[in-house]
Design a protein around this ligand. Structure first.
Ligand SMILES: [Zn+2]
Length: 389
């Protein structure tokens, strides 16, 4: 009898100790946010890279992403509110990278500055991923609708001229598929390994070259459809790759843009361009014509561009910045065969997290350090909540 009582007492004692331990553990976890040195393990996906060297324990407010999350937009949301720990800055710069040609290997007469090999492109994706960059679409850049994981930095890919190395289709057993030896093919493979990198980018096309755009198998319409189905976007680069330094009339500006829009819709009904890349980065010398780059009419077709892309030579401010000018958005050119000042390779070591847009993971909030609040144009927030810390 006495033994039995002793045994029950022992079990009770152990239970109480266990209960206390659980309560203490839970209490610590709740306070993890405010106790930077808490030994509690991180709760969120540890694969989220930190752009800064100081790695702090992480508390995720969203469900921990599953390893295969990220194949659908929005599935890879990792939101954090421990701002002091990882220093988000949604007033910082966003690099918009400009690509032109991709080839298998350089030859002695290969153009020097705008050509990249497939191998270099693949290595570049890895570098960008490792440094904490994640791709967003032009649409989301324009809307500042940034849903890359907390602590990572958004980046935009743009491709000019519709070259085959960027994207083309091949036929295998009668079925159209993306050529793995193309920038898009390489991005598709890369995203199988790193689905949170993002399969995003915009292709600026010249409809006057017809079937030479993304030259390969399939019709032009099929190429556009497959590109859009993959989640990419199509923008305008004028009919005829016009050099606006040589254009002197409103009619000529509107024709170069309106005709490209007209033909695009003929090829793929419903295709409307909302972003425009200036060929050569040139604008008409007569500034009174600039308004027609944004809006105009040709042959009964109206056009309206929400972003007009320049050529050089630095990361862009975000669209919610007081400094943002949607009529002349800066891009950085990818490194070609020969590195030059202000190309992406030149910029990468200069694009420190202190300078760049570092996301909090939540597209509905704009989070900035107190001393950067002034950079935000509150009239551009469009329903987003501005948070300073
Ligand atoms: Zn071009």
């Amino acid at each position: 009898m006495e033994k039995k009582i002793k045994a029950i007492a022992t079990i009770l004692g152990i239970s109480i100790i266990a209960l206390i331990a659980v309560i203490v553990f839970k209490y610590n976890k709740l306070n993890d946010n405010t106790v930077p040195n808490s030994p509690t393990p991180a709760v969120t996906d540890t694969s989220t890279p930190e752009p800064s060297a100081t790695v702090t324990p992480v508390v995720s407010e969203s469900p921990t992403p599953t390893p295969d999350a990220g194949t659908e937009p929005g599935n890879n949301l990792v939101i954090r509110t421990d701002y002091e720990a990882f220093k988000p800055n949604e007033s910082g710069d966003i690099p918009i990278v400009m690509f032109h040609r991709f080839i298998e290997a350089y030859e002695p007469n290969t153009e020097k500055e705008y050509t990249t090999t497939f191998a270099e492109f693949e290595a570049l994706l890895q570098t960008l991923y490792d440094q904490g960059y994640r791709l967003i679409s032009m649409r989301d850049f324009i809307d500042c609708n940034i849903s890359v994981p907390a602590g990572t930095m958004p980046m935009v890919f743009t491709f000019d001229d519709g070259t085959a190395g960027q994207f083309n289709l091949i036929r295998e057993n009668g079925v159209l598929k993306v050529n793995p030896k193309s920038a898009v093919g390489i991005m598709i493979e890369f995203n199988k390994k790193y689905p949170d990198f993002g399969l995003k980018g915009i292709f600026y096309v010249n409809m006057d070259i017809g079937d030479n755009t993304f030259k390969g198998e399939g019709t032009l319409r099929e190429r556009f459809e497959i590109l859009e189905d993959l989640g990419f976007e199509i923008g305008t680069h004028t009919w005829g790759h016009v050099d606006y330094h040589k254009i002197t009339t409103a009619e000529a500006v509107q024709e170069s843009i309106g005709k490209n829009q007209e033909k695009a819709e003929e090829i793929l009904p419903g295709l409307r361009f909302y972003s425009f890349a200036l060929p050569f980065g040139h604008r008409p010398k007569n500034e009174s014509l600039w308004t027609y780059l944004k809006e105009g009419t040709y042959n009964g077709i109206n056009y309206n561009h929400e972003s007009i892309m320049a050529v050089g030579a630095e990361p862009s401010v975000p669209s919610i910045s007081k400094k943002y000018n949607s009529s002349y958005v800066r891009r950085i050119r990818a490194q070609g065969r020969v590195p030059v000042d202000c190309d992406l390779t030149w910029w990468l070591p200069k694009m420190t997290p202190a300078r760049m847009f570092v996301s909090d993971g939540d597209p509905t909030t704009i989070v900035v350090p107190k001393d950067k609040r002034d950079k935000i144009d509150e009239s551009k927030l469009n329903g987003k909540t501005l948070i300073e810390y």
